[in-house]
Design a binder for this molecule. Sequence first.
Ligand SMILES: [Zn+2]
Ligand SMILES: [Zn+2]
Length: 278
Amino acid sequence: MQLSQVGLAVDFHSHSIASHHAQNSIDEMLRAAASRGLVAVALTDHSPGLDNTIYLLAARLQQADLQADLERVQAPDKHYFHTLLSRYAPPPEIKLKLFKGIECNILGPVTTGRSEWIDVPPGLEGQLDLVIASIHEFEHLFDAGREDVNAVLQQVVGQAALDIVGHPYSRRYQVDYVALARVAATAGVALEVNNSYLRYKRIETDVIRSLLAAARQADCQISVSSDAHAAAEIGFHQEVLELIRAMDFPPELIVNRSLESALEFCNSRRQLRQSRVC
Ligand SMILES: [Zn+2]
Ligand SMILES: [Zn+2]
């Protein structure tokens, strides 16, 4: 198949104002997506425990009040996700498939005194349409040494109930994409190629090229996403798609290349998560 020049019609990573540091309501995100020609969107608000605003605040306050802010400010709690799952449907005039997902945190050694690798609230693992697990490099979440990051990523992919590794790149850690893509391909987990990181220059283009080359080599699936934090960003995959076309990356490895492939991926992954939870 050929990727359309206008882009992908499914966006697999977005945030509503429930994530606190994002800008728009769910309805506003979906309206923007539909008006832009998208056919499906995954809403993936952050799991409880992450709200970037506290880190921005902490930086401004030179860390002094970090602990107090950690206690005061929360990302959506588990009740938000329960309500999303049980009561929310897009308004009827918005003709768009909504995948109800989460972006949870990959927990590094500093937090793995707990037994979990990722922090999806208990009881939700088998109910969500999509689980993205990402490293967010904040001390209380992930503080692996350089030598640990690859071991953590590979163990998470092999053992945890996740579907996609979100933005698996870092300026602090050297990610071994060849090994990660091999493990992800075996586990059926997709690696995300996150457009926001490229657009806002949070990662170098060469890193994305390495990820794509490793995925192609290992026959590993990828997810292309906007990671939109505002309605104006939903469906923006352009920078990543340019790289994908330039590298002649196989479209059939992109799990959100079409509504059908997105449905197939989400359905099969949810069954797998449910079997792991039980
Ligand atoms: Zn993230
Ligand atoms: Zn995100």
